[in-house]
Design a protein around this ligand. Structure first.
Ligand SMILES: [Zn+2]
Length: 320
């Protein structure tokens, strides 16, 4: 699916022809790269070189370093977009740009804006100061007032294919190795946000722990071996849920390897096949189900020792 590349190229082409809207609504589910996309568009709008964004002019360099005085970001912290932020924006737009004749406002999580915040913003949208562009990032544009929606151009982002995700991540993490990039693409399943967090090493420890646990879960050890493998994790209570989530992803990988139903995401194909060997699909399904149930149980605040003990019992029963 070349969706985002097509959207991106069309938009950049317009900007290079001087066609710049004063408001864009960048819509896409979590992890579709809205923020990266908006940053690129902002950079192109502010670029003073040829073939925008040229990447080498002073403006592009400031955008890359996130120090451009005319690129304003709001809503990236906290959970909802407050009316105070809109007041700040209204104040800021009355000022003339510092560097050139354009200024760009990126409003993240714009769909979390309250109705009064949106109404306050509408005023600016109705009479935008010359050279001002707003980029509103939203998971669902329907959460925005119809009056706000009608004043901006909607750009839809979808999940991306592996090849595109690879190039997006390579651009974002130029120092990452081929191996790291491929691993991130595999785990991310088309989500830029997820790929980004893999390369930032977020959850690496938890994924590592889950991979180790797989040996105990699918190995030939007895109930005691299994339980002692989990014991080390129970001590790190806060990390237990992410470990179980990663283990759930592994268990799904093993199951789909058995059923030949797709590519594994967290495990390598070899590891998934090795764990699936000698077990029936129903056994693997029961293990997968037990891991998911353990995660749910922990989220309901079940005592970790009880939840894990139940998990081990279920895994052993599944293995027969
Ligand atoms: Zn430039």
């Amino acid at each position: 699916m070349e969706l985002n590349k097509t959207v991106k190229n069309a938009l950049l082409d317009e900007i290079n022809r001087g066609v710049i809207s004063h408001a864009y609504i960048v819509e896409g589910m979590a992890g579709t790269g809205k923020r990266t996309f908006a940053s690129l568009i902002a950079k192109a709008i502010l670029c003073t070189g040829e073939n925008r964004p040229c990447g080498v002019c002073p403006s592009c360099r400031k955008c890359d370093a996130d120090t451009h005085p005319d690129l304003h970001r709001y809503g990236s912290d906290g959970n909802s977009f407050k009316v105070e932020a809109v007041r700040d924006i209204k104040r800021a737009v009355t000022l003339t740009p510092n560097d050139g004749d354009r200024s760009v406002y990126i409003l993240e999580k714009a769909d979390t804006m309250t109705v009064s915040a949106q109404n306050a913003l509408l005023k600016v949208f109705e009479e935008p100061p010359k050279g001002t562009t707003f980029l509103l990032l939203a998971e669902k544009r329907e959460s925005l007032l119809a009056t706000v929606r009608s004043r901006g151009r909607t750009v839809r982002l979808g999940t991306v294919d592996d090849g595109e995700l690879y190039s997006m991540l390579k651009e974002r993490f130029p120092k990452a190795t081929e191996e790291e990039l491929s691993e991130a693409v595999r785990i991310a399943e088309g989500s830029f946000g997820k790929g980004e967090s893999v390369l930032k090493k977020e959850g690496k420890t938890e994924r590592g722990a889950a991979l180790k646990l797989c040996d105990a879960v699918y190995g030939r050890g007895d109930r005691y071996d299994l339980y002692s493998a989990f014991l080390g994790q129970i001590r790190k209570r806060d990390a237990l849920i992410p470990v179980l989530d990663a283990l759930g992803q592994c268990a799904r990988d093993v199951l789909i390897s058995k059923l030949d139903a797709g590519k594994p995401t967290l495990l390598t194909e070899e590891a998934a096949a090795r764990h699936a060997e000698g077990a029936t699909a129903i056994t693997l399904y029961n293990i997968f189900d037990a891991v998911l149930e353990c995660g749910r149980s922990l989220r309901r605040n079940t005592d970790p020792l009880t939840a894990v003990s139940e998990l081990c019992t279920r895994i052993n029963r599944a293995k027969g």
